[in-house]
Design a protein around this ligand. Structure first.
Ligand code: RIB
Ligand code: NA
Length: 308
């Protein structure tokens, strides 16, 4: 196993309109799309489409959406042995509005995702142990994510934590369990307690997360690219991004994290800044198409250079 994901499933209900509505306002949208989503599921599908061997640990509800996710994962040949169904519970949903600038607003109802628990992880310990990289995020309970990181660490599996969305309380002990701490500028600002508006701010916040205990920090800054800081004390490295006109940036962050996990697992020979550059390029490809997982490229669609 290359990558094991402990995370969420959401059914994305996406409406496209010119501008976001104001509170109390009704606006006409011009397109609707239902897409497979959820940060965990997105990251898993991305890593799998690049050619990684992946397993997903998560919970769906006992409804039609849950069955659709499971079928979709089976079609992608993801290991689904630890996708559990919660009786009398809904599968997670995300209501998403995308404006003409390709920006989005999202409301998630995590539902069954919040029922994923430590016993589920214990049952999946053999799979976690067999993986090279474990990835988790915050659309499940922070305590469940913490337990997943602990199991991974116990077995020497590399860990990625994507603190998205930022929970009300992130357990302090979580930082020390993280090899790669991944956040965007808004998440970094919220965790750091100061705004992140420049590469300079990003460097400062990344150093703070290193100070809190994680080994490496990758901060994604949209058009400004990414910042990478390691515990080795090397100066922050800035990796610029390609400039494109976004159609729909929903799930681009997950395309990045899924690619990162794929490369860390399968190409440990590459320098991390090169892995970040490649992951950025793949995430950029996803913003050129509407939808979440629907917009993720397959290995065959991407330049050979990304796999050299
Ligand atoms: O990161 C994008 C994802 O966030 C969407 O797929 C949606 O489900 C929300 O969870
Ligand atoms: Na997209």
């Amino acid at each position: 196993m290359d990558v094991v994901i402990v995370g969420s499933f959401m059914t994305d209900l996406m409406s496209y309109c010119t501008d976001f509505p104001e509170p109390g306002e009704t606006v006409h949208g011009h397109k609707f799309k239902k897409s497979f989503g959820g940060k965990g599921a997105n990251q898993c599908i991305m890593a799998q489409r690049l050619g990684g061997k992946t397993a997903m640990i998560g919970r769906v509800g006992d409804d039609g959406y849950g069955i659709e996710h499971l079928e979709h994962f089976k079609k992608h040949s993801v290991n689904v042995d630890h996708i559990y169904k919660t009786e009398k519970e809904q599968t997670g949903v995300a209501n998403i509005i995308v404006n003409d600038k390709g920006q989005n607003c999202i409301v998630i109802v995590s539902a069954a995702n919040l029922k994923l628990n430590e016993n589920d992880l214990k049952a999946a310990e053999v799979v976690i142990k067999s993986a090279k990289v474990l990835v988790t995020q915050m659309e499940i309970l922070p305590t469940t994510a913490l337990a997943a990181l602990k199991i991974a660490k116990k077995h020497g599996v590399k860990t990625i934590l994507n603190v998205a969305p930022v929970p009300k309380a992130l357990p302090d002990e979580i930082y020390k369990l993280v090899d790669y701490f991944c956040v965007n500028e808004l998440e970094a600002a919220s965790l750091w307690g100061n705004p992140v508006n420049s590469i300079e701010d990003a460097n400062k916040s990344a150093k703070e997360f290193i100070h809190r205990g994680c080994s490496n920090v990758i901060l994604t800054l949209g058009k400004m690219g990414s910042v990478f800081v390691t515990e080795a004390g090397i100066n922050p490295i800035h990796i610029p991004a390609q400039e494109v006109k976004a159609v729909d940036s929903t799930g681009a962050g997950d395309a990045f994290v899924g690619s990162l996990a794929f490369y860390l697992a399968t190409r440990p020979d590459l320098p991390v800044q090169e892995i970040i550059r490649r992951s950025n390029d793949i995430a950029t490809a996803s913003v050129l198409k509407p939808g979440t997982q629907d917009s993720y490229p397959y290995k065959k669609d991407l330049s050979h250079e990304l796999f050299a």
